[in-house]
Design a protein around this ligand. Sequence first.
Ligand SMILES: O=C(O)C1=C[C@@H](OP(=O)(O)O)[C@@H](O)[C@H](O)C1
Ligand SMILES: C=C(OP(=O)(O)O)C(=O)O
Length: 429
Amino acid sequence: MSGEETLTLKPVARVEGEVNVPGSKSLSNRALLLAALASGETVLTNLLDSEDIQHMLTALRALGVEYQLSDDKTECAVKGLGGRFTHSEPLELFLGNAGTAMRPLCAALALSDVDVVLTGEPRMEERPIGDLADALNDAGADIRYLKQTGFPPVAIKGKTLKGTTLSVEGSVSSQFLTALLMAAPLFDGDVTITIKGELVSKPYIDITLDTMAKFGVAVQNDAYQAFHIRAGQQYQSPGRFMVEGDASSASYFLAAGAIKGGTVRVTGVGKDSVQGDIHFADVLEAMGATINWQPDAITVTGGPLQGVDMDMNHIPDAAMTIATTALFADGPTTIRNVYNWRVKETDRLHAMATELKKLGATVEEGRDYIKVWPLANPDEVAIDTYNDHRVAMCFSLIALSNASVTINDPGCTAKTFPDFFTRFATICR
Ligand SMILES: O=C(O)C1=C[C@@H](OP(=O)(O)O)[C@@H](O)[C@H](O)C1
Ligand SMILES: C=C(OP(=O)(O)O)C(=O)O
């Protein structure tokens, strides 16, 4: 939970070491939902223990899903319902600011036998859900906006819906398509989903399809333009489901290695990962770092870094880490095609530009890009984090310069990485 504290990180002379990153947020919440809908019991291992996952777990429990969590909360045995949710009493589920809980639960509950209101933190009320809810309502669902049209909170009266063709906007968030894909087996008949506009954050769809396949549901993917899910498929427990380490969480350690010239090895995620954010390492390589790929680990050795100019739509979360890494490069760096940074935990394009400027950096904030010039000697300032875990984690890299950096509200990393600062300290010498 976030609060008002601050944390000052002193200048770090050297980085070196190995970090095992916690489980992936994206995989944890997908696997929990599919395990709940599946027939049979699923044992999830290496589950992430963070706020976003707690929101999914709390919601599932309220919906009548039985599960047993280990003491350290990284192993969870889920008794599958073998189909849609059923709950006779009206429910209100609070989902914090977890997009991976709000969007997928909205779709699955619209097709269940429930009467539910989904709410969240104030910022969640500013994060769009209209493209998803409207696609479902066009197919006959009953989802109403309780405050602002197109945004949570939403009231859902679940229904059985016949197989159909749904059309969903792709340019705001891939989570809308993810939500429809995961809910597709709950329709009574064949489902086709077509995409309007340019699909953003595409690799997250691969995570969705891979997780669905592990739970026994096949999707025909026509070049990310149309997806077909045949009727009669039901989620089946794979028995055990091992959650990979979080590739976005790995980015901060990999960047530290790249910036500071030491060698940093991240374990739990590697070249065999299904997560698109591993391609953050390719950006570091393009900037001049040396990357060594293992099936389950990534090692980076730093060197002089050069700025790059790249489309980073495929790695929207890890790309934020490039914005602070750019300060340590030779020449400017441009992160392009990240308009949807503006609809995440905060307006990330504006937040990153504002905080980088506080350090004394030269920054250009465009509608859908940010350009950052190198900065030899950052000013010693306090960084506002806007209740955005990634702003807090990205700016910890400033301690790799000759300046201290103060992070306001460091507790906001609890959304995806509660002990980030402790683990970060283990590679700082
Ligand atoms: O599906 C997912 O697990 C996610 C998709 C991405 O969101 P968008 O599709 O909204 O870009 C990403 O930023 C988010 O952290 C997790
Ligand atoms: C955008 C993010 O979260 P969410 O899953 O809430 O969309 C994120 O973790 O960077």
